[in-house]
Design a protein around this ligand. Structure first.
Ligand code: NAD
Ligand code: WQD
Length: 339
């Protein structure tokens, strides 16, 4: 049985991926400093799967502490989720973002070299396509110009990992470019639990629905899109998690260096998200239209053909599933894991 280290595995995408890996027969170890998560998320992963997860509470930047994870376990592959991810905060605190996101990557690579761990999967983002590339995005497009430090950390980490793979022919690197993950596990036991005011659309909608926020502001309705609001490629987090299992199967079997978009290939507008959430859940989402948000692109969506062709992965869940599962999580956990 192969053992997978999830760096940042207590977070939103990591916890859902842990469930799918455990259900597929992999052993899972989580290393996390809980800077944007909590031990309860891991406890619930164990509850859902009926399996136990070894956890190390540590800062992955701290390569001395990180080394204990590698010396105490035989790790077959690493999935690197550990990063700070708030776009607006990255503009105000760029040094903290560069330090955390780049250093976690370097510490992991150093430990992997020392302990001959040859497989790493990295949580990248559609944001690396930047402003220049036309939609739908395909993997061979050049990385573009980002509008914020968070995006640049992803561009830089992709470059670092590609350079490491070029230098060490035995090192396999898979870069997964996520589009817009939303939704929650259908049990309603794990989900997205943002601290403070949510930056992203779906958690904001969910908090309006549960009465934690008064109203949603839709950022701009004068874009050159069918209904004037921005369009994104929203992907159910469980589909995304299953994409990681396929990527792990692939990297352990074939190795190599690859990039995959993980998206549905179908864009939905902000208005369509609000309408679908209202319809599926029978709840009204109080909303107003406001000015555009700086840095937003009118459209972002994937060409997801490569992941289907090579990994045999495609999304299965609908936008209605995403809205229903988000609400199931939020209404059962109105204050997130603190509920
Ligand atoms: P998250 O914040 O829920 O999870 C990240 C986890 O990493 C958290 O548990 C946090 O405590 C941990 N972490 C951060 N820095 C750490 C450090 N120095 N040491 C140890 N642990 C640390 O975020 P998520 O939504 O699950 O995202 C996971 C990854 O996917 C991130 O790298 C993010 O940038 C990337 N990504 C997310 C999205 C999205 O919309 N959620 C989209 C594209 C890419
Ligand atoms: C979606 C749409 C907003 C909030 C970000 C990062 C990206 C990746 C995913 C991490 C946009 C609109 C939002 C609100 C709104 N993250 N919106 N009112 O900006 O596509 O992507 O998260 O890696 O890198 O940039 O996602 O959920 O913030 O916004 O109208 O209160 O919803 O303008 O059109 P985005 P989002």
């Amino acid at each position: 049985m192969s053992t997978i280290l999830l760096a940042g595995g207590a977070g939103y995408i990591g916890s859902h991926t842990a469930v799918e890996l455990l259900n597929s027969g992999y052993d899972v170890i989580i290393a996390d400093n809980y800077s944007n998560s909590c031990p309860e998320a891991v406890r619930r992963v164990e509850e859902i799967t009926g399996q136990s997860v070894k956890v190390y509470e540590l800062d992955i930047k701290d390569s001395v502490k990180l080394e204990t994870v590698f010396s105490e376990n035989k790790i077959d592959a690493v999935i690197h989720f550990a990063g700070l991810k708030a776009v607006g905060e990255s503009v105000d605190k760029p040094v903290i973002y560069y330090r955390n996101n780049i250093d976690t990557t370097l510490s992991l690579l150093e430990c992997m070299t020392r302990y001959s761990v040859k497989n790493i999967i990295f949580s990248s983002s559609a944001t690396v396509y930047g402003e220049e590339n036309p939609v739908p995005y395909t993997e061979e497009m050049k990385r573009g110009t980002c509008t914020n430090p968070y995006g640049w950390t992803k561009v830089m980490m992709e470059q670092i990992l590609e350079d490491a793979a070029k230098a060490d022919k035995e090192l396999s690197v898979v870069l997964l470019r996520y589009f817009n993950p939303i939704g929650a596990h259908e049990s309603g036991r794990i989900g997205e639990d943002p601290q403070g005011i949510p930056n992203n659309l779906m958690p904001y909608v969910a908090q309006v629905a549960v009465g934690r926020r008064e109203k949603l502001t839709i950022f701009g309705n004068d874009y050159d899109t069918p209904d004037g609001t921005c369009r994104r490629d929203y992907i159910h987090v469980v589909d995304l998690a299953k994409g990681h299992v396929k990527a792990i199967d692939y990297i352990l079997r074939n190795g190599g260096a690859e990039i995959f978009n993980l998206g549905t290939g179908t864009p939905y507008s902000v208005t369509e998200i609000v309408d679908t959430f209202e319809k599926v859940n029978g709840i009204r989402i109080n909303h107003v239209y406001g000015p555009r948000r700086a840095g937003d692109l009118p459209e972002s969506y994937a060409n997801a053909d490569k992941a289907f062709k090579i990994l045999g992965w495609k999304t299965e869940k609908t936008l209605a599933d995403m809205c229903r599962d988000t609400w199931n999580w939020q209404k059962n956990n109105p204050q997130g894991y603190k509920s």
